[in-house]
Design a protein around this ligand. Structure first.
Ligand SMILES: CC(C)(COP(=O)(O)OP(=O)(O)OC[C@H]1O[C@@H](n2cnc3c(N)ncnc32)[C@H](O)[C@@H]1OP(=O)(O)O)[C@@H](O)C(=O)NCCC(=O)NCCS
Length: 294
């Protein structure tokens, strides 16, 4: 038996375990009190589920999320897991089934679901091609570039101002240093008259050939002008050179503009992760949006 722990930041660690019954890689995320099982192989799903559950209760997690494969996601259902979403091309072009087990009752229920369904319905009712006005005339005032070291203090201030809480360690400079394009992951900045107007980043998973579009912020005075749409376009162009198959984003289900912009940019809705992470001061439900780029 081998157990290894790698630390991402003060509150997140990577746990690896190999036994005769399974091999697993899980992220223990104390910030959002969740365990994310990001990779596994198992001849005995029950043994794997037992191990994850022990991990979850040791770290007082409220939720376990397994990135599960086509052939065994259903085996998890009788072990207390629920299917929350599907991305069709996440595992090198094969589907991932996002199945979750809730370890405490306050994490399971959500009073926001009905309102979030309404937001989604209104967005999906629009024809993609007809969504919104042409904002290209607004956008000519903005330029897009990769994050530089000199931007980091300002970007840290922006995240502190916009989000009361955030699931990634945006209070740590190191988080942004890894997004300057030197180590694979990228953060792009939209600039208006030399001031930062918008931010997006890509968290690239080369093993599975997928990338998460994340850290999406437009500063309040620049919202509704197509800045996020423009950032997504530029990021997609950069990612096209990386031989990826799946782009996806997990968006706050209660915030209409971020869901509208994902839909507008051709992403397909793939489900909702309940009380998934601590963002904006509480656990929020996150919508799954996916686009295949193979
Ligand atoms: C979400 C956010 C990034 C959007 O940025 P933005 O630059 O204003 O986005 P865009 O202008 O490119 O697109 C927004 C779209 O939402 C639409 N929209 C705005 N309010 C809407 C509503 N109530 N219902 C439906 N659509 C809405 C806009 O009309 C626009 O679509 P259009 O171009 O087709 O008209 C910005 O509002 C923000 O930073 N919010 C706070 C941080 C946050 O929560 N980030 C998301 C993390 S998942």
């Amino acid at each position: 038996m081998i157990e290894e722990k790698g630390i991402f930041d003060r509150e997140t660690s990577l746990v690896k375990m190999n036994t005769d019954e399974f091999a697993v890689e899980a992220v223990n995320d104390c910030r959002s009190r969740r365990i994310r099982v990001v990779d596994y192989q198992a001849c005995d799903i029950g043994a794997l589920a037992n191990y994850i559950e022990i991990l979850g209760s040791k770290s007082q997690a409220g939720k376990i999320i397994v990135y599960s494969h086509r052939n065994d996601w259903q085996k998890f259902l009788s072990l207390g897991y629920r299917l929350e979403g599907v991305m069709n091309t996440y595992f090198r072009g094969d589907p991932v089934y996002l199945i979750s087990r809730f370890l405490c009752s306050d994490r399971f229920g959500s009073e926001h679901l009905v309102n979030e369904d309404l937001i989604l319905k209104r967005i999906l009712q629009r024809k993609r091609s007809c969504v919104g006005a042409d904002k290209s005339s607004n956008c000519k005032n903005y330029s897009i570039r990769i994050l530089k070291d000199d931007d980091i203090n300002t970007v840290m201030d922006i995240f502190r101002d916009v989000f009361v809480t955030y699931p990634s360690p945006v209070e740590e400079r190191r988080y942004f240093e890894e997004l300057t394009g030197r180590e694979g992951n990228i953060m792009l900045i939209a600039e208006y008259k030399s001031e930062i107007a918008g931010i997006i980043s890509a968290d690239i998973d080369n093993r599975h050939l997928s990338a998460e579009l994340t850290d999406c912020v437009t500063l309040p005075e620049h919202r509704g002008r197509g800045v996020m749409a423009m950032l997504i376009d530029h990021l997609e162009q950069k990612l096209a050179q990386r031989k990826l198959i799946c782009l996806y984003s997990l968006t706050r289900a209660g915030i209409p503009p971020i869901n509208a912009v994902m839909y507008k940019k051709g992403y397909t809705y793939g489900g909702r992760l309940i009380n998934n992470c601590d963002i904006g001061g509480r656990y929020e439900n996150m919508n799954i949006w996916e686009k295949s780029i193979k």
